[in-house]
Design a protein around this ligand. Structure first.
Ligand code: NAP
Length: 478
């Protein structure tokens, strides 16, 4: 399924016409050279402070294949081999823009570190540097990334104000840069270990996060397994509910590629599409099996837990993805419509996870599918938006409860993703949704699957209890 605005034939015709709107930029979703790492074909530029977090960032983005430079007035005394010093003598936007431009059209990951300055909160060296970095980011080529990182040393009241300034700047930056496929984020490194923060920044900086923009994340975890190699889920077992089609099917395929053995749950009536997903996984050398069970019944929940207990006996990843809509305005909604949606989109998560808890391995990862509509609300969807808002709270509760054995829980809030569910939305509404999205296009199930895969893997160990929008920067959800 592809949006018409990205069809090469339609684009070729439209590009010759005087359109009243610009066509969206085609997103760069895969690295230039897969074998060269996630950031291969990218330039990474760091306005760093020279501390441990910077060293971890440099090492991680270099390992991921980026060509790396540090923008600073004087070269760091211990710049790692292969990292270039880019002369930024005066902290002005103009000179940083020049450094950005020197790379031509090569996509850039611009990482800006916030430093400490306890002077005038509205005008000090750090607020000026923030402006310089954001303005330089506005000159980044298409499909670039701007990530502002606040280290754990920024804890004073004046530093909190600086971080708030950065947060507000990012909220505008992602909207302004979206038309050229460039994204912007803020990462607040709290008590997380520096390696975990660096892996989060590398993910946000790479092509697999192409449809993720405008995030303001607290990186507070860090304990747990350290990821290694490409297949970060080798030897792990994952359950994906609602995995026969749409987003769930894409997640099942992606987790299997990453090495996990998969259980796909869906209604028994979805056995045929589920079988097609399993065949695709097996053809790619993976392992998967189907559990046909209705999440809306106690018998269905019991069957899922019993099937898993009877085979592998443990679970490392659960993706609570299944969901339904029964749209009606509040005036027209029946109590039955309200209950139906709450039962599947919220109640099933509570009951299924309670049944699976005894099977969860140490360092396991729970992922719950919310929606941008659970953050912003939506006309005619009170039942759905209520349930999806509650999913965000449920995820935070799971995150707190799991802290003891290192089980993490995070939520994904997709925006407008092309699936059978959204294909039913009238054309006008779909076009409106695109126009309200910074990247001016819908996402694909694979975009959500990439995010789920990141959250499932130890690479995301800095995150626990977070809500990550995968929405191309929907004005509604921000
Ligand atoms: P989808 O194409 O409708 O897939 C959902 C799957 O869940 C279907 O295979 C469905 O089965 C299954 N399911 C429904 N009720 C079930 C039950 N009681 N027991 C077991 N399986 C059940 O939806 P999607 O678009 O991929 O969405 C997946 C998730 O992302 C949902 O939670 C949705 O709310 C969320 N989301 C989607 C979007 C989007 O733009 N697509 C945006 C925000 C959030 P049947 O089809 O056979 O009923």
């Amino acid at each position: 399924m592809q949006d018409w605005s990205l069809d090469p034939r339609i684009r070729a015709i439209l590009s010759k016409l005087p359109l009243p709107f610009s066509l969206p930029t085609e997103l760069r979703r895969t690295p230039s050279r897969a074998e060269g790492g996630e950031l291969a074909g990218m330039r990474a530029l760091l306005t760093g402070l020279g501390d441990d977090l910077d060293r971890a960032l440099l090492s991680t983005v270099r390992q991921a294949g980026a060509e790396v430079g540090v923008a600073a007035a004087i070269p760091w005394s211990s710049l790692p081999v292969g990292v270039r010093h880019e002369s930024w003598p005066d902290d002005t936007a103009e000179s940083l823009i020049q450094i950005v431009r020197d790379g031509g059209e090569t996509p850039v990951l611009l990482v800006h570190r916030l430093g400490v300055d306890s002077g005038d909160p509205a005008r000090n060296s750090q607020t000026d540097r923030l402006f310089a970095a954001a303005q330089a980011a506005s000159h980044l080529p298409a499909n670039s990334r701007f990530v502002i990182v606040a280290g754990s040393d920024l804890s004073s009241d004046s530093s909190e104000l600086l971080i708030a300034l950065a947060s507000g700047t990012v909220r505008t930056a992602f909207k302004e840069f979206g038309r050229i496929g460039t994204t912007a984020h803020l990462v607040r490194a709290q008590s997380a270990d520096v390696g975990a923060v660096a892996e989060l920044v590398a993910y946000l900086g790479g092509p697999h996060a192409a449809f993720v923009t405008g995030l303001d994340l607290r990186a507070s975890g860090g304990q747990g397994e350290i990821s290694s190699g490409n297949r970060t889920l080798n030897g792990k077992h994952a359950l994906v509910t609602g995995g026969a089609r749409g987003i769930g099917a894409a997640i099942a395929l992606r987790l299997a590629q990453e090495g996990a053995a998969i259980w796909i749950n869906d209604l028994s009536s979805a056995a045929a599409p589920a079988e097609a997903v399993i065949q695709a996984i097996v053809a790619a050398g993976g392992r998967a099996q189907f559990i046909g069970a209705d999440l809306g019944t106690e018998a269905g929940i019991t069957e899922i837990a019993a099937s898993i207990k009877g085979s592998a006996g443990k679970l490392d990843v659960v993706v609570h993805n299944a969901g339904i809509t029964r749209d009606k305005t509040l005036r027209k909604m029946s109590l039955q419509n309200w209950r139906q949606v709450l039962q599947i989109d919220l109640g099933a998560l509570v009951r299924l996870q309670a049944a699976l808890d005894p099977l969860m391995a140490n360092n396991s990862s729970l992922i719950a599918m919310s929606s941008v509509m659970g953050i912003a609300g939506n006309f005619g969807q009170a039942n759905y938006t209520a349930a999806k808002a509650a999913v965000l709270e449920l995820t935070r509760q799971w995150a707190r409860q799991g802290a003891v054995r290192g089980t993490r829980a995070n939520a994904i809030a997709p925006g407008f993703i092309l699936t059978e569910m959204t294909a039913q939305i009238p054309l006008f509404n779909r076009e409106m949704a695109k126009q309200l999205t910074a990247l001016a296009q819908p996402g694909t199930p694979d975009d959500v699957a990439e995010l789920a895969c990141f959250l499932a893997s130890p690479r995301s160990r800095a995150l626990n209890g977070a809500a990550l929008r995968c929405d191309g920067g929907m004005a509604l959800g921000a």
